[in-house]
Design a protein around this ligand. Structure first.
Ligand code: ATP
Length: 315
């Protein structure tokens, strides 16, 4: 695997990344094991963390040194104010995160067991009413190098942004999570598709659990017009696929305590590496290193490492 040889921050311009996506308050409940049907169990603790895939990926990119703006939506409640404040503290532009007076801020109830497995229920709230103004979107895209999106906001907003981004020369990264069927026209608009094994399986209708199967799934997307694909395989690592072929990259051997936001952390480090001129393999290597730190800490955004911390991990 190639070693990182990216230019230093002083030698390159800071990439401008626009994230369009969800903002949730995560309520993290720790349990020894998940309850069965009709069963009540006692939890060990509860904590509140800023989250949502959009917010997490925005923080993931910002902590890797990118200049980040976010398009999202929150409710007129304490969770919404806290989420905006958390992003602002990271230096993320929040001008395009309006308040919806009619619905609550999105909430995710995250249950983490002693095996570090999580089970999550998301109530979308204001995320479900995100419909960006096309002219605002156009001006934000003009000022951005890369657009990062997931599927926790209405699909029409994602499709409109992907099409506009492609027309304005802004590279599109899609994390199709939670998975849902997508129209065929979207694939050629996507520069980099980042998805986990179950999302790859749902979209390709082919079993994806081993690296060879992930590489085949990657080819499925390439055939439909995506330029490069990364399939993450949890504790196994990740597979990168582009026109030159596929490569498997094992995860760093660490003791995971909470995998929440591991995928979002991976994506942030990958995208900032690509946007800084790195190769796909270099991006995946940085993604694995960042995610290995994330899984060793509880919570979504608090567990996302900085670039300096990632650079201290073994290569
Ligand atoms: P999440 O939804 O929890 O954010 P995800 O399902 O999108 O995650 P995963 O494939 O589970 O994504 O994990 C992303 C990356 O995180 C993996 O490619 C790997 O680098 C790292 N990772 C996940 N679990 C572990 C683990 N147990 N040990 C080491 N690294 C891990």
């Amino acid at each position: 695997m190639s070693k990182m040889s990216l230019p230093s921050a002083s030698q390159q311009s800071v990439p401008a990344i626009l994230v369009l996506g969800s903002l949730n308050m995560d309520m993290v409940v720790r349990v020894s094991r998940a309850p069965g049907d009709g069963e009540t169990i006692e939890g060990q603790s509860i904590a509140y963390f800023p989250g949502g895939k959009g917010g997490n990926q925005a923080v993931g990119c910002a902590r890797q040194g990118a200049s980040v703006c976010m398009i999202g939506r929150v409710g007129a409640d304490a969770h919404g104010a806290a989420l905006r404040a958390a992003l602002a503290q990271e230096g993320i532009g929040c001008d395009d995160i309006p308040t919806d007076d009619a619905v609550a801020t999105g909430v995710a109830v995250v249950m983490v067991d002693d095996q570090a497995q999580n089970r999550i229920v998301v109530v979308p709230g204001a995320n479900g009413t995100l419909h960006p103004d096309p002219s605002v979107l156009a001006s934000r895209l003009k000022a951005s190098d890369w657009l990062v999106m997931q599927l926790e906001v209405p699909l029409p907003a994602v499709l409109m942004a992907a099409e506009q981004a492609q027309k304005s020369g802004c590279r599109v990264v899609l994390n199709p999570s939670p998975s849902q069927s997508l129209p065929a026209e979207v694939w050629p608009w996507i520069d980099t598709l980042v998805l986990n094994e179950s999302e790859a399986q749902a979209l390709t209708q082919v079993s994806v659990s081993r690296p060879e199967e992930a590489a085949q799934a990657g080819q499925w997307f390439l055939f439909r017009g995506v330029r490069q694909v990364v399939v993450t395989l949890g504790a196994q690592g990740a597979v990168a696929v582009d026109a030159k072929g596929g490569s498997f990259h094992p995860a760093l051997p660490v003791k995971a305590v909470d995998t929440t936001a591991a995928g979002d952390t991976f994506l942030g480090a990958l995208v900032v590496t690509l946007a800084s001129g790195g190769t796909l393999n270099e991006g995946v290597t940085m993604g694995l290193r960042a995610a290995s730190l994330c899984v060793q800490t509880v919570g979504a955004q608090p567990s996302i490492p900085t670039r300096a911390a990632v650079l201290r991990t073994p290569q």
